[in-house]
Design a protein around this ligand. Structure first.
Ligand code: ATP
Ligand code: MG
Length: 421
């Protein structure tokens, strides 16, 4: 039997997997500096949470969810996105009854049954932030800039910010009607015509060129915003400009999820081909109520870790050699007694903050020294029977080849000294 990772999934292996860790760290650090606390929710939830919270007419709910019935007869869905679970957790634990906004960040895997291709997988990873319970343009601007700060700290220069406002429950209905009557006059397939009736804004998100061409003359949401939404959006834009952020107004940006209101944005990268969105987010003032909570105006983003890694590679920032797993010291034990001693020495070295590995599997000196070279270590500790009898080990400088005998009791301090000078 030859097992393979399931279709649409893949394994991150060293040294490339180091990039995944670096991306998670870099994307979450700005949020942690801004007072966002870490939240971890289950990998699966009640199916109804996503059906209601993400929206019945979205791609996610209509065709992408991994849904199954558990042994207790409950309908369970593997998390396709992180926002609805975070809002569920906030409501369940009453976090919104404390100081607002509740600021949270998360990192985790998502599952969507998608047509797998480069940058689009059935199992992928996101870092996300959510600020819940405040309606304040400065919060929208903070959220947007925290994402950009993450990309910048990775050295990425090709991330572009697309910005839009989707209006609110007061002005969106009129826009929806205007858009709907425009869309009804177009030449669309049956499925898209159905979408026009259920969620016309989503049609603007259609990626097919023949549909896009027909959308040229579609009414724009920005021409239909109420005064309050217009002022709010203007303030977000002014704050971003004051922060030195460049952005592109994109009145057709609607995003895939139903719960967005007002500020909507996407981070895109030119080096990724068709899957250009590296992250996205926006304000979701109605989501809490959609899942049975009180009004809780909120804003957040989710950034795709996998696509961010692709962006790093596209910009030549992925590093090569320096990404490899390396240690400072490599042990070469010759014989059983030496192995026992080396095992203990390595634990002492690591406890002293030195990274160390050793040859396993009873390898001969030649093979073990080859591994020492490959490990990137600066020093090898060679321990043979004669050394053991003398209570010493050989420390070999792998760059110069110079070798000295050092008493076993002084190995750790000697190496520590050598490594710091
Ligand atoms: P897209 O338009 O590319 O389908 P989306 O609107 O469905 O994206 P969101 O749900 O907002 O995306 O997720 C935020 C980010 O998560 C995306 O910008 C992307 O980087 C990443 N992402 C979404 N779906 C996938 C996937 N199937 N595989 C890999 N990354 C993904
Ligand atoms: Mg999608």
């Amino acid at each position: 039997m030859n097992f393979q990772a399931p279709k649409g999934t893949f394994d991150w292996l060293p040294p490339r997997s180091e990039l995944v860790l670096a991306v998670r760290e870099a994307l979450s650090a700005p949020a942690r500096r801004a007072g966002y606390g870490y939240i971890e929710t289950p990998t699966f939830e009640d199916t109804a949470l996503f059906a209601r919270g993400v929206g019945e007419s979205t791609d996610i709910v209509t065709k992408e969810m991994y849904t199954f019935t558990d042994k207790g007869g409950r309908s369970i869905t593997l998390r396709p996105e992180g926002t609805a679970p975070v809002v569920r957790a906030v409501l369940q634990h009453g976090l919104h009854n404390g100081p607002l906004p509740v600021k949270l960040w998360y990192s985790g895997n998502n599952f969507r049954y998608e047509r797998a291709q480069k940058g689009r997988y059935r199992h992928f990873s996101q870092v996300g932030i959510e600020a819940l319970g405040a309606e304040d343009p400065a919060l929208d601007a903070e959220v947007i800039t925290l994402g950009l700060d993450g990309y910048a700290s990775l050295g990425l220069t090709g991330v572009e910010l697309l910005l839009n406002s989707l209006g609110c429950k007061d002005c969106r209905p009129a826009y929806r009607t205007a858009l709907q009557s425009f869309l009804r006059g177009l030449d669309l397939d049956e499925q898209t015509r159905a979408r026009v009736e259920i969620n016309p804004l989503r049609v603007l998100d259609d990626k097919r060129p023949e549909v896009r061409a027909q959308l040229e003359a579609a009414p724009l949401v920005t021409d239909h915003l109420c005064e309050a939404c217009k002022a709010y959006h203007e303030e977000v834009r002014a704050l971003l400009r004051a922060a030195g952020v460049t952005f592109t107004d994109d009145p057709r940006l609607v995003r895939g999820l139903d719960y967005y209101t007002r500020t909507t944005f996407e981070y895109v990268h030119g080096g990724l081909g068709a899957q250009s969105a590296v992250g996205g987010g926006g304000r979701y003032d109605g989501l809490s109520e959609m899942i049975g909570g009180p009004p809780l105006p909120s804003v957040g983003w989710a950034i795709g870790v996998d696509r961010t890694v692709l962006a790093l590679e596209a910009e030549g920032l992925a590093g090569g050699d320096e990404r490899a797993v390396r240690v400072q010291v490599y042990g070469v034990p010759l014989g059983e007694e030496a192995r026992r001693e080396m095992f203990t020495l390595l634990r002492e070295l690591r406890a002293a903050g030195v990274t160390a590995d050793m040859a396993f599997g009873g390898r001969g000196v030649k093979g073990a020294m080859k591994s020492a070279d490959r490990s990137g270590a600066s020093y090898a500790i060679i321990l043979g029977e004669r050394d053991l009898a003398a209570g010493t080990a050989q420390i070999k400088d792998l760059a110069s080849g110079e070798q000295t005998a050092v008493p076993l009791a002084e190995i750790v301090t000697t190496l520590k000294e050598k490594l710091t000078t």
